[in-house]
Write a protein that binds this ligand. Structure first.
Ligand code: AKG
Ligand code: FE2
Length: 228
């Protein structure tokens, strides 16, 4: 395992992680990044932020849900960073994702979508409701508000029939700290990130997308809208 990842995260979680993921469409992976991993990826993200672009729009293909955030697509990340693409390809990390997913997973070919950087850094910044084009998303937290009352929570509903169902009842929210991660069944779980509650807060994540040999990616304009 890379020195930047805690190889024992699934052991710490105990048995039943794959079953919980299948039921919830979500599994928290607290402390997946080691202290060294968080520091190195944090430095990398700080360097990349200068190249990232501000986005403020409603995404038409996702029920006009809001995007108020700064993003950088995988194609630009690959030109600048060795660390992020090599961590994305890490065989042990891909093995861990497959263990939780309950099926072997593979890298996404699309250079834009495979690994992206999302930064919320202004009051009200939010990554609105959507589903992803690829089946699995591993989200790594580099910065996050410490207090759940400050927002930046993941709000999600597995097996969602529409994005609107996120607002009705059974959806869950989850709070994470820097160094944590979660795995999401991201093509069928409606999800969003709740707005940052006040100025002075930051929430920075890397999203690693994975697929399966059998999956046929949905082709929505969402990645081009947000990272193109
Ligand atoms: O920031 C998050 O927790 C979710 C990111 C996400 O949904 C995405 O990049 O597609
Ligand atoms: Fe997503």
């Amino acid at each position: 395992m890379s020195p930047f990842l805690d190889a024992d995260v699934l052991t710490r979680l105990g048995p039943g992680s794959a079953a919980r993921f299948a039921r919830d469409g979500y599994l928290a992976l607290p402390g997946l990044l080691t202290g060294d991993g968080l520091a190195a990826l944090g430095r990398e993200a700080t360097g990349l932020e200068a190249m990232a672009r501000r986005r403020d729009f409603a995404m038409a293909c996702m029920d006009d849900s809001p995007r108020h955030m700064t993003t950088l697509g995988g194609h630009v990340i690959s030109e600048t960073s060795e660390l992020i693409p090599s961590l994305y390809r890490d065989r042990n990390l891909i093995g861990l994702v497959g263990q939780v997913a309950g099926e072997p997973v593979i890298e996404v070919e699309d250079p834009v979508e495979r690994h992206v950087l999302n930064i919320l850094h202004r009051a009200g910044d939010t990554h609105g409701a959507h589903t992803d084009d690829h089946p699995y998303a591993l989200v790594l937290f580099l910065e996050a508000p410490k207090d759940p009352a400050d927002g930046g929570l993941v709000h999600f509903l597995p097996r969602a029939t529409s994005l609107r169902t996120l607002d009705h009842g059974h959806a869950r929210t989850a709070h994470h700290h820097a160094g944590d991660a979660y795995l999401l069944r991201s093509d069928t779980t409606a999800h969003r990130v709740t707005p940052l509650a006040r100025p002075g807060l930051r929430r920075t994540v890397l999203n690693f997308a994975y697929t399966t040999p059998a999956a046929r990616p949905r082709r929505t304009p969402s990645a081009t809208d947000l990272y193109g």
